[in-house]
Each structure stands twice: as C-alpha cells, then as structure tokens.
Design a protein around this ligand. Sequence first.
Ligand code: FMN
Length: 219
Amino acid sequence: MTEDRSFDMPLEEAMRTQRSIRRLRADPVDHDLLLHCVELALKAPTGSNSQGWEFVLVEDRTSVGAIGRLNGFAWRLYGPVGRRQYRRNEQMQRILAAVQHQADNYDDIPALVVPCVRVPFSIPFVIGPVLGASALYGSVYPSIQNFLLACRAAGLGACLTTLPLWNVRRVRKILGLPRGLLPVAVIPVGWPEGRYGPTTRRPVKEVVHLDRFGNRPFL
Ligand SMILES: Cc1cc2nc3c(=O)[nH]c(=O)nc-3n(C[C@H](O)[C@H](O)[C@H](O)COP(=O)(O)O)c2cc1C
C-alpha cells in the first residue's frame, strides 16, 4: 500500500487515475496531510475571488456515524433502483457494490471532509436563480476537484458524495453550521484498501462540438 506524501505525481497521471475510492482502511490520516490537500483545494477559482468556502473535517465518531445514517437512508432508497436500472451493466454493478461497502462500513471511515459555501444574500434575488446557482456551486466545486486530485497525488482514497445531503438541515445540525453556510458534498477520506485505476469516460471526440451543438467534425 503506498502512502506517498510527496504530491509530485505528474498532473496528467493524477487526472487520469483519480477515481472514487470507497473501500478505505480505518487507520487515521494525519491532519497535516489533510490540511495540505485542503490548501491545494483552495488554489481553485471562485466568483469575484469571494472564497466563501469553509471545509469541515469530521473525525468525531458520533458525527461520522450520524452522517453515515443519513447516507444509509438515502442509499436504501436509491440502491435497489440503481441495481435494477443497471442490472445488465457489469461496471455499474461494481460501483454499486462499492457504494454498498461504503454504506456498510461508514462508521470505520477515518475522516469526512465537508466542503461548504457561504450563500451570499444577494445571489438568488439580484442575479436570478440560474446564474445564482452556477455562481454558487461554481465557487466551490473547482476546489473539490482540486482536493480530490491532491488526495490522489498523496495516495489517499476519496470519494465525492452527496447522498447524505438529502437532509441538509440535519447535516447543519450535526456539524454546527451557521445559517447561510451550505454543505455541498461529503468526502470520505482514508488510506485505500485497493488501488487507483483508470476511469471510464466517454471519448473526447464524442462530446466536443464545434461552434454549434451537433457539429462534430472530430468524430
Ligand atoms: C455531484 C456528484 C455526486 C455524487 N454522489 C455520490 C454519492 O452520494 N455516493 C457515491 O458513492 N458516489 C457519489 N458520486 C461519485 C460518482 O458515483 C462517481 O464519480 C462516478 O460513478 C464515476 O466513478 P469514478 O469517480 O470512480 O470515475 C458523486 C459524484 C458527483 C460528481
């Protein structure tokens, strides 16, 4: 098992192999290492350089367990639907098995990182809900991707999840978040049980359009 903390992995390698790691060892992760990953996350852009982000590192067993129960509740509803929907898709079946593993072993996850964004009072009213939502989530998700890449480079396993956020009020309460601070993801982090690997994605030439949607000369 690698515990490489050097962060000097080539960027392309990190991007090509960063994937959701849901099978984690229970061993704790150094605060310094997690802080380093968050520091790299903070190099991301935000609208007007607002930096209205906060990251809650959750290690308290009661809080991890409570968030795990929220995750488990949502998973018990979605899991059977997903299994039926993807019953002929082997790759999705593997992902769903990993989600099940994560749900079953949530209490052993050493740390959760919960990125939050401050909701500016002006957004929904002044610039409208659509632009507001883009600016709001767009001012925190780039940092989340940075965080995931930093974890990858450090050899840590991480997985962006939103299932526990079906009950934002409850998450707010568990973490003591003030009003106006919105949790946007829950990222279980730890040392991976397995290995990173290449991700499966649609081919680039299939998704790029030139000038107008549907014009795909690169295909
Ligand atoms: C917005 C968003 C929400 C997600 N929510 C969950 C989640 O609640 N639980 C989970 O296990 N994975 C979640 N994922 C991870 C995706 O399932 C995963 O990225 C996708 O299946 C591709 O797998 P890979 O990351 O291993 O390439 C989420 C990803 C995104 C971008």
